[in-house]
Design a protein around this ligand. Structure first.
Ligand code: ADP
Ligand code: 5GP
Length: 204
């Protein structure tokens, strides 16, 4: 069997609700349609404009239970009253084909990936400030105020976890953050020299 390509890397993007993960990933896909992004399953109801199979696979609790029981999820978590999980088979196929794969998931899921796939690269998307995070979450206007409060309570713990991640990207500007994420997606694992580079990956 051929050795895995250095670009066949699993990258996890995480960060608090409202920081701009969806926006940055959409910008990456707009510029680089070839970037493969996992479509999660969730028990959350679709927001206006969300398309089944594109933004998420919207499933009921019974089907989610079935996926867990049958080993169909690489990771899953309950977040703010709903469950979310990454279908395992498409990620395995992507990596087996030698191509990078990107997951956009919350903190508990990122920790599970770290345990199950220690080579995965964990990227934390951080807001420029707490005030900016609060105004982005409120400005999105997709959650009732009590749901926003629940998400902000979780956000504080998520920000405190940023030290567990390999890289922190500050989402001060969508285009800049998207560029940085694309660079990370195709960067060789730290320790392997990249072509044209003399350094052995990012410092710890
Ligand atoms: P997440 O997926 O992390 O929950 P979203 O992508 O839905 O967050 O973004 C939350 C809100 O913040 C959206 O209204 C989005 O337009 C806005 N936003 C995202 N990135 C930026 C940025 N760099 N500067 C200003 N507003 C942003
Ligand atoms: P939202 O409801 O705003 O779309 O997502 C809520 C949170 O769930 C976000 O932090 C998002 O990154 C996370 N999320 C989305 N899909 C998954 C998944 O498959 N697994 C985990 N653990 N979290 C996910």
């Amino acid at each position: 069997m051929a050795p895995p390509s250095p670009s066949a890397r699993l990258t996890v993007l995480s960060g608090p609700s409202g920081v701009g993960k969806g926006t940055v990933v959409a910008e990456v896909r707009r510029r680089h349609p070839e970037v493969w992004v996992s479509v999660s399953v969730t028990t959350r109801a679709p927001r206006p404009g969300e398309v089944d199979g594109e933004h998420y696979w919207f499933v009921d609790a019974e089907y989610f239970d079935w996926l867990i029981a049958n080993g169909g999820l690489l990771e899953w978590a309950e977040y703010a009253g709903n469950r979310y999980g990454t279908p395992k088979a498409p990620v395995d196929e992507q990596l087996a084909a030698g191509s990078p794969a990107l997951l956009e998931i919350e903190l508990q899921g990122a920790r599970q990936v770290r345990e199950r796939a220690p080579d995965a690269q964990l990227v934390f998307l951080a807001p420029p400030s707490w005030g900016e995070l609060v105004s982005r979450l409120a400005g999105r206007g997709t959650e009732h105020p009590e749901v926003q409060s629940r998400r902000l309570a979780l956000a504080q713990a998520e920000l405190d976890s940023s030290g567990e991640f390999d890289v922190v990207v500050v989402n001060d500007d969508v285009a800049r953050a998207a560029d940085e994420l694309v660079r990370l997606l195709t960067a060789p694992p730290s320790g392997l020299p990249s072509s044209g580079s003399t350094a052995g990956g990012a410092p710890e």
